[in-house]
Design a protein around this ligand. Structure first.
Ligand code: C5P
Length: 403
């Protein structure tokens, strides 16, 4: 159970073509265990039906002020009272103009004006509308009023043009909302971490790598950022979207990863080694592409790579260290043996066959206090639990915000 699971939010959908992405948003917010209650404007109902959002969220969808399902006919007040935030996605130029001027002429805008909770908006509009001085003024006003503006992104637009104003992807919105709702248990803590696979060159075009996707590491980076940490991420090659807010160094080989970690280790309060670092590299990679010969066999000499996690844990003023153990059998025994051998503060253990490349994960956490099993869940939710656990352990040892 994550600290944000069970929190209730209103997802307000206004009338832009990006409304179709709101359906996916409900799913991704649900991955975090967030309880989503949808409120739609009339124009939004022209793009996507309330029935779709109701089915996906599992909650009734509200579209107008005169909703008799609210006992005292005060939908515009009641609906937001037990909510942690109102998130408007997509937020059209028109709706943002209404918000900036305090207008309240439909259920959603009235809810925003009468709210006691935070308001986040994910703008979605044509690039000319986004660049228009009126929109610029409205965005500045909203930011001054403590409204969080998520995005927008730049790219292809539904109108066929390209530029600023495109709504963030559903996953990015869900991540930003989850980060916003997360308790700030690592406020000010400097986290250094590795993620993804490594790529060990054989020649100019070939190499040895593994099937680590970077999903778990990036999810942990996002969770740590959500908890208020300053995250430096050293990442091997991954096609995952980079975690917003992290300082990222992209590397290829274990040797490059080690150099990058060595550069940053001294400034770290916490080190998390999530990367699936290759145990061996080719001794002397060929500068040019190796030519195929008909008869001869090709023998590669492999030499061991440095143990990055082990090196960090062995430093005189080592940060709080967290390692991962991917095993295919005897998970708890092997993981605990690894924890003691590498002298790390906490090990996250998972079955390799369950974890690599998957969207879900089932892990156990091992530390001096014993073994804690977490339920199988999407990697984003598992990441939040891992961060919550390590923050508790870290805070027990370092009660002040940073060392
Ligand atoms: O020994 P093993 O590779 O199973 O240990 C896994 C843990 O050690 C992971 O946290 C991984 O990131 C880290 N590791 C490392 N450098 C290596 C090998 C593993 O940091 N060369």
């Amino acid at each position: 159970m994550t600290d944000i699971a069970g929190k209730k939010i209103i997802l307000g959908i206004t009338g832009g073509v990006a409304a179709y992405k709101a359906a996916e948003c409900v799913r991704r917010l649900g991955d975090y265990g967030i309880d989503v209650h949808v409120v739609m404007t009339q124009a939004a109902c022209g793009f996507i039906t309330p029935a779709t959002l109701q089915a996906l969220s599992g909650n009734p969808v509200h579209t107008d002020m005169w909703d008799t399902r609210i006992p005292n006919a005060m939908a515009h007040i009641e609906l937001s009272r037990d909510k942690a935030a109102i998130v408007i996605a997509p937020a059209t130029a028109n709706f943002m103009a209404k918000l900036a001027h305090g207008q309240a002429d439909d259920l959603l805008s009235t809810l925003c004006l009468a709210r006691e909770c935070a308001l986040l908006v994910a703008p979605a509009m044509n690039r000319q509308m986004w660049e228009h001085p009126a929109t610029r003024r409205n965005v500045a006003q909203l930011q001054q009023d403590d409204v969080a503006v998520l995005g927008p992104a730049s790219g292809d637009q539904a109108c066929g043009e390209t530029g600023n104003g495109r709504m963030l992807e559903a996953q990015e919105i869900a991540d930003a909302v989850a980060a916003f709702l997360a308790p700030k248990t690592l406020a000010g803590v400097r986290v250094l971490m590795t993620a993804g696979p490594t790529f060990e060159p054989i020649d100019a075009v070939r190499g040895i790598t593994n099937r680590s996707s970077g999903k778990m590491g990036y999810a942990i980076a996002r969770a740590a950022i959500g908890a208020g940490a300053k995250v430096t991420l050293v990442s091997g090659p991954s096609s995952q979207p980079l975690p917003a807010g992290a300082v990222v160094t992209q590397v290829q080989s274990a040797a490059d990863m080690f150099e990058a970690v060595k550069r940053h280790a001294r400034q770290a309060d916490v080190f998390i080694g999530v990367a699936a670092v290759a145990d061996y590299r080719v001794d002397k990679p060929h500068e040019h592409k190796i030519k195929k010969t008909e008869k001869a066999q090709l023998t590669l000499k492999l030499v061991p790579n440095p143990d990055i996690l082990g090196w960090v844990a062995a430093q005189p003023k080592a940060p709080f260290t967290v390692g991962f153990a991917a095993e295919s059998q005897h998970l708890e025994t092997y993981a605990d043996e690894k924890r003691r051998r590498k002298k790390v503060d906490m090990i996250v253990a998972n079955l390799a066959q369950n974890a690599i490349g998957a969207d879900d994960n089932e892990v156990m956490l091992l530390d001096d206090g014993g073994t804690h099993k977490l339920e199988r869940a999407p990697k984003e939710a598992v990441a939040r639990d891992i961060v919550a656990h390590l923050a508790r352990l870290y805070r027990t040892r370092n009660p002040s915000p940073s060392r």
